[in-house]
Structure formats: structure tokens, C-alpha cells
Design a protein around this ligand. Structure first.
Ligand code: CTP
Length: 398
């Protein structure tokens, strides 16, 4: 429900700024009180007169009004807001937000905002795909900001690809959904595993896998955003997360992951096993680097790793919910349901490597959830954040 909510609409300088007018209209129509903050280059794309007429408030752009000296307090604005939405967020503004470059009113307001922040990127596809933009967006995510993923389509450059700002109707839906949602995990303790495990061969080599941890980290943010106290047991990943209700425990091997899980599971209400745990580890890891010269190609003997999900499943108490993942390449449904039973899970989330946009490293996922009570829930391809929302909704329904 947006009625009566105080929303800061931040507009930066991109062609998509024209869509912000429609977004503003929709927010006002939904009953929100909107304060527009625009960057100097944003004003090159859209006039403040249109924005102030629609919002019923003077548009804020400078730190003070030149002729009267009236100071515009970004701190007061940050405290006033129930949410801030930055649409469009250009590559430049995203970079400034990610790095705290506070040289305009929009970024200073962002840095002062206590409320949740929603960022709707809009830029050309190559800018969107650049490693620096990707890293900056990941940083914003790690600060707890909500990224409203851009859509694919024709861009202002006439190139076709990812970078088109999400449509205003959908941005309003995201905000609406946010204010509508309950703190349905308040008071719950949630244990989540994420990322790969590395199994040591020698001091410089390991056995690992392609997992990036994105799905597990998205689940941790979603659960914490809904009021849970989260312990995130993470294998080696390049992601960061920074949330007062998320306690990150960094581990490397399956054995270390198991030890953390065993120490946190007894007090957990919910455990979500999202990690891609290596099934095997070298039987005899060595302390000195294995040399090439003067030796035959080594044969590495492997031993089975502990099955963490199964171990927790064996000690599960009444009322505890245990959720597993299955990443399959064939016989997907049968394999997933077999794991649901053998690991004593309450539900299992299947993603198939055969589905486009699912699996390791992607920003999207396509899942089917099998429940212990026999239900089967199918979902479309969505961003991993949205998939996390669906998974947590399903857990909350239990
Ligand atoms: N899992 C685990 N510990 C392991 C292996 C898997 O906790 N040693 C968990 C995963 O986190 C996931 C579920 O079990 O939630 C299924 O993982 P998956 O690798 O698909 O299944 P495996 O049991 O390892 O079976 P296989 O690799 O033969 O498909």
C-alpha cells in the first residue's frame, strides 16, 4: 500500500528520465507523497516544472536556493522518506552511490536515507555489461539496496539488449509489494549455506565448482528483509553482504561448512541448503606444492564428503523447516524428489542446467519447488532476487 507513504524519487541524467514522469504520476495516483530529487544532468532531460507540477512540491536539485540561500537538508529528507527510488539510475549515479561520491543532492540524500532504497538502472547495453557497472550494482546490493533489474529491449541507441529501465507500472508494483509485505519472518532464525566449497589438494590448488553464491546471498537478504535473524555460512565467493541481521560465517571446505551448520542448526527455525557442496575431497591433501618436474602426473585419491543437508535432516526437530536445492542436468524431477525424501527435507528447489537463464553465475533462475506434502510449484525465469522472494514466500506459507 503506497497510500500516505513518503517517497523520494531520485532522477539522474538518462534518456529514461522521461519515464519518471509517468512513474511520478502513478505514485501520486496511488496516494503517495513524492519529493523529487534530480541531478544537474537529469534536468537536461526533463524539466523540473513538469515534476513540481505533478508532485505538488518544489523539485530539489541544489544544496541551497541561490537567490534566498535557503538550505535543502538532505539529512531531513533522508529521515522523512519511507522509501527512496532512483529511476533512472545511470551508470554514473550508480558508481557514485556505490563509492559514496557525494557531489550532488541525489547522492547525499541517498547516503543519508534510513529508508529502503530501490534502484532502477537504465543505460546502454555495453555500459550495463561493463565489469565496473556490474561490480557497482553488486556493491549496492550488498549494502541492502533493492535493484529493480532493467529489462531487455530496444535502447535509446537503437541497439537491442539489457539496459532498458523497468516500466513505471512494474516499479510501482515492486514498491507496492514491498509495503504490502509483512514481517513474516520476524523472530525466526534462519540458517543458509551458499557458494561452493573448496577442497584442498595442496597449498595452491583445490577442487571446487562454478557456484557464485548469488542465489544463497539473495535468500539471505530476502529473509533478513522480512525480519529474520540470518546466519549465512558462505563458501569462497566474491560477493559481500552487509546487513545488521545477517551474520556471515566464512568457510572453505565441506567439513568446515558442516561444523558451522551443526553449531547453528539446533537454534534455527529454518535451514536452507543452497551451497554447491563438493561431494568429494582429496584423501591426502599435502602441505607442500606438488611439483611438475621429476614426477609423473599425480593421481588424486578422493574420499566422500559429509552430506550436510542429510546430516541436518537426521537431527531435525518437529517444527524445524529444512530446504534443499537440486541442480540437475537430466531426470530432473525424479532426482529432485528422491533427494527430498533421502535428506528428510520439507521442500526442495530444483533448477535445471537445461533451462536457459538458470544455474551457476547467471543473474536469473528458473525453479520448480517440490514439497514434502506432494505439491509441485513451477515458477517462470526471474531475477535471483525475485526467485528468493518466491522461495521465502513458500517457506513462510509452511
Ligand atoms: N548438499 C549438502 N552436502 C553435500 C552435498 C549436497 O548439504 N555434501 C546439499 C546441497 O546444498 C543441496 C542438496 O544437498 O541442498 C542437493 O545437492 P546436490 O549436489 O544436488 O545433491 P547430491 O546429494 O550431492 O547428489 P548428486 O551430486 O549426486 O546429484
Amino acid at each position: 500500500m503506497l497510500k500516505g507513504k513518503h517517497i523520494i524519487l531520485g532522477i539522474s541524467g538518462g534518456i529514461a528520465a522521461y519515464k519518471s514522469v509517468m512513474l511520478l504520476r502513478l505514485l501520486i495516483k496511488a496516494g503517495a507523497e513524492v519529493q523529487v530529487v534530480i541531478t544537474p544532468s537529469g534536468k537536461e532531460f526533463i524539466t523540473p516544472v513538469t515534476l513540481s507540477a505533478l508532485s505538488g512540491k518544489p523539485v530539489v536539485s541544489e544544496f541551497f536556493t541561490a537567490n534566498t540561500g535557503e538550505w535543502h537538508s538532505h539529512v531531513d529528507l533522508g529521515l522523512w522518506a519511507d522509501a527512496m527510488v532512483i529511476a533512472p539510475a545511470t551508470a554514473n549515479t550508480i558508481a557514485k552511490m556505490a563509492n559514496g561520491v557525494a557531489d550532488n543532492m541525489l547522492v547525499t540524500t541517498y547516503l543519508s536515507a534510513k529508508a529502503p532504497v530501490f534502484v532502477a538502472p537504465a543505460m546502454d547495453l555495453d555500459m550495463m555489461a561493463h565489469p565496473s557497472t556490474k561490480r557497482n550494482i553488486e556493491l549496492l546490493r550488498s549494502y541492502g539496496n533493492h535493484i529493480i533489474e532493467p529489462a531487455e529491449g530496444e535502447l535509446a541507441s537503437h541497439l537491442v539488449g539489457k539496459g532498458r529501465m523497468e516500466e513505471p507500472e512494474n516499479i510501482v508494483k515492486v514498491l507496492d509489494g514491498f509495503f504490502d509485505r509483512k514481517e513474516d519472518l520476524a523472530g525466526k532464525k534462519v540458517l543458509i549455506t551458499a557458494g561452493p566449497t573448496y577442497e584442498k589438494i595442496d597449498p595452491v590448488r583445490f577442487i571446487g565448482n562454478y557456484s557464485t553464491g548469488k542465489m544463497g546471498y539473495a535468500l539471505a537478504r530476502e529473509a533478513a528483509g522480512r525480519g529474520a535473524e540470518v546466519t549465512l555460512v558462505s563458501g569462497p565467493v566474491s560477493l559481500t553482504i552487509n546487513h545488521p541481521s545477517i551474520n556471515v560465517r566464512h568457510v572453505e571446505s565441506a567439513k568446515e561448512m558442516l561444523a558451522e551448520c551443526e553449531s547453528h542448526f539446533p537454534e534455527s527455525d529454518i535451514a536452507i541448503m543452497c551451497a554447491a557442496v563438493a561431494d568429494y575431497a582429496p584423501a591426502h591433501p599435502v602441505d607442500k606444492k606438488i611439483k611438475r618436474e621429476g614426477s609423473d602426473a599425480p593421481v588424486i585419491e578422493l574420499v566422500k564428503n559429509p552430506d550436510i543437508a542429510r546430516t541436518l535432516g537426521l537431527s531435525k526437530r518437529d517444527g524445524q523447516i529444512l530446504v534443499g536445492f537440486a541442480l540437475e542436468t537430466d531426470n530432473e524431477s525424479i532426482n529432485a524428489q528422491a533427494k527430498l525424501k533421502s535428506k528428510n527435507l520439507d521442500m526442495i528447489v530444483l533448477n535445471s542446467l537445461r533451462d536457459k537463464g538458470a544455474g551457476f553465475g547467471t543473474d536469473t533462475n528458473k525453479v520448480t519447488i517440490y514439497m514434502a506434502d506432494g505439491r509441485e510449484l513451477r515458477f517462470d525465469t526471474k531475477s535471483k532476487d525475485d526467485v528468493a522472494g518466491d522461495i521465502i514466500d513458500t517457506i513462510a506459507s509452511l
